[in-house]
Design a protein around this ligand. Sequence first.
Ligand code: MG
Length: 168
Amino acid sequence: MSESTQTPMKDAVREAMNEQIKHELYSAYLYLSMAGSFEAANLSGFAYWMREQSDEERGHAMKFFDFLLHRGEHVQLRAIEAPPYAFRSPLDTFEQALEHEKEITSHIHRLYELAVQENDYPAQVMLNWFVGEQVQEEQMATEIVGRLRMAGDDSAALLLLDGELGKR
Ligand code: MG
């Protein structure tokens, strides 16, 4: 391969972005596992929502993938862990999704801090989008967790919410 002629990225930023691709792909994997679990429980609305979420996460990974390529960097894909397979309830599932998104938010914030430290201005511009996106991700998951808590053991309320999430 020919040598890159672009301004090189700092090793620490490149390394963190390669790691972030893994985190986003793990998110896609986790939500796909949750989608499968919902399908198995005949909750097709929740399953659809999680499938869409999984696709979105793959899109996030691709934003980092393309960003590295546009900067003339090589992308190093890493091993992705197996996600949990069994979930106790819709509430348990969405609580785990919310906890996971909070973890992703902290990764994004650390990545942003690093981009600031390393004076990587293009990375800061690109990460701005992710900072806003994480606020939305946490807000959506929080709302669903709240509504699942309200529904409690009422299966009619649960099915109503399932129908609503199926229209995402
Ligand atoms: Mg994401």
